[in-house]
Design a protein around this ligand. Structure first.
Ligand SMILES: *[C@@H]1O[C@H](CO)[C@@H](O)[C@H](O)[C@H]1NC(C)=O
Ligand SMILES: *[C@@H]1O[C@H](CO)[C@@H](O)[C@H](O)[C@H]1NC(C)=O
Ligand SMILES: *[C@@H]1O[C@H](CO)[C@@H](O)[C@H](O)[C@H]1NC(C)=O
Ligand SMILES: *[C@@H]1O[C@H](CO)[C@@H](O)[C@H](O)[C@H]1NC(C)=O
Ligand SMILES: *[C@@H]1O[C@H](CO)[C@@H](O)[C@H](O)[C@H]1NC(C)=O
Ligand SMILES: *[C@@H]1O[C@H](CO)[C@@H](O)[C@H](O)[C@H]1NC(C)=O
Length: 379
């Protein structure tokens, strides 16, 4: 959801938000449309390789849509699968791979997706979508016929988005790709696991697993922390965050956090942001909507400062070096912590993107919204 978009050397903090849905949609919690199946564990729930971009933080997966192979952004912060369509000039200009599925009659770009990092429009159609061994014949997808410049800025990285949150956040209130796989019994549990390494990992080590993700080689055998969805009305992976501290000092308690593979950084509520910026980064310079900070932990904040996230009785620490971007040419770095003032509702929540998620192996359940956080094996 929260995205730090790099364009022309700028990093701007934005919040990506799925299409607003009416309140009534929230009231009914998805009925058990899919009976709890008693499938055996499938031996073939193999990890799916993910690619990470060079500057770090954006993960993509190669998928085949209506016969065309294209990279899609892996996003647990939204639900609608979209792909660039050949009629989309802005997609072509952004060097996206485009698909040639016929547009439905009378398509005028009436379907919209609103991310804080931009918007796009297009039309819905049903077509085949596959990813390795997994395949859906008739998935409702959005053919993008126009994208805004914020979306176009990542055109070299991806040509569409694989939304992995709740079905109810799809434009047609139907199925996400994984939910359709589950309904077709191609995966045994409505769960996905993510290994999203940052730092020194090479850009091809990320992994996503559908179905039975818990026994990943990347997760320790320690018990994970199990978190229920904190706001049943939300369609994203939103959990209670017990406490956050910097250098052992509490800076926030009883918070709400959204886990989001589609974000690069860490979004914090603006009401407490100045205090946290100060404690973590010391002096910062506002620059084009982002913040320039020292690439190394400044002396006045302590040498081994970290941002510590406490979930129930477990703590995951993110070190200073993980809270800054790769250095710019002038030797300064961008803060990977940001706020998203002015974006409705979002301002009270934390958004935990890659800067946090690479510290854990995590699984999400796309029927219940439950999340499990595991320590990493090689930690
Ligand atoms: C979305 O679909 C669910 C289940 O099919 C249904 O219960 C709900 O009413 C739908 N919501 C809207 C806004 O149509
Ligand atoms: C897609 O399929 C659904 C049924 O699965 C149908 O209701 C819908 O009209 C179809 N949409 C298009 C654009 O063909
Ligand atoms: C796909 O959906 C269309 C209409 O929505 C239907 O006619 C067709 O039988 C479906 N195909 C499959 C393989 O389910
Ligand atoms: C595409 O969207 C942009 C806004 O992002 C708008 O200014 C432009 O007019 C649209 N182009 C078309 C062809 O609809
Ligand atoms: C990357 O590797 C260097 C040298 O081995 C090490 O000092 C540094 O802490 C590593 N960075 C991360 C984020 O793991
Ligand atoms: C989240 O925390 C609130 C209190 O801050 C509590 O009332 C609620 O039950 C918790 N929800 C879950 C799912 O743990």
């Amino acid at each position: 959801m929260l995205r730090f978009i790099t364009s022309a050397g700028l990093i701007i903090v934005h919040l990506t938000q799925a299409t607003p849905v009416s309140r009534s949609q929230y009231l009914t919690n998805s009925p058990a449309a899919f009976p709890a199946s008693a499938l055996d564990k499938r031996v073939d729930d193999k990890p799916i390789p993910l690619k990470r971009d060079e500057s770090g933080g954006i993960f993509t997966v190669d998928m085949v849509i209506d016969g065309i192979l294209l990279p899609l952004h892996v996003d647990t912060g939204s639900s609608q699968l979209w792909a660039a369509h050949e009629s989309c000039q802005s997609c072509q200009d952004a060097h996206m791979v485009v698909i040639d599925t016929p547009l439905p009659d009378g398509c005028v770009g009436e379907e919209k997706i609103q991310y804080a990092a931009g918007t796009l429009s297009g039309c819905l159609t049903n077509t085949s979508v596959s990813l390795g061994q997994y395949s859906v014949e008739n998935l409702t997808i959005l053919l993008a016929t126009n994208i805004s410049k914020e979306v176009a800025a990542n055109g070299d990285l991806y040509s569409g988005t694989l939304g992995l949150a709740d079905d109810k956040l799809t434009n047609s209130n139907t199925s996400t790709f994984v939910s359709a796989l589950y309904a077709a019994k191609q995966i045994s549990e409505p769960e996905m696991g993510f290994y999203l390494p940052g730092g020194n990992a090479t850009d091809d080590q990320g992994q996503m697993v559908f179905g039975n993700p818990s026994d990943s080689q990347h997760a320790t055998s320690n018990e994970p922390v199990n978190l229920e969805r904190a706001r049943p009305e939300d369609g994203v992976y939103v959990v209670n965050l017990t406490e956050v501290s910097v250098g052992g000092e509490s800076v926030a308690a009883q918070q709400i956090a959204v886990l989001d593979t589609g974000s690069i950084g860490i979004g914090i509520p603006s009401s407490i942001s100045e205090d946290i910026f100060d404690k973590v980064y010391g002096d910062t310079t506002e620059d084009h909507g982002g913040r320039k900070v020292d690439c190394q932990s400044p002396a006045n904040t302590g040498n081994d400062i970290s941002l510590d996230f406490h979930f129930k009785d477990k703590t995951f620490s993110v070190k200073y070096e993980e809270l800054v971007s790769k250095p710019e040419d002038d030797g300064t770095c961008w803060a990977l912590i940001g706020t998203y003032d002015g974006v409705e509702e979002a301002d009270e929540k934390w958004v935990l993107g890659e800067a946090f998620l690479h510290r854990v192996y995590h699984t999400v359940n796309f029927k219940t919204g439950a999340v499990k956080l595991y320590d990493l094996e090689d930690n």
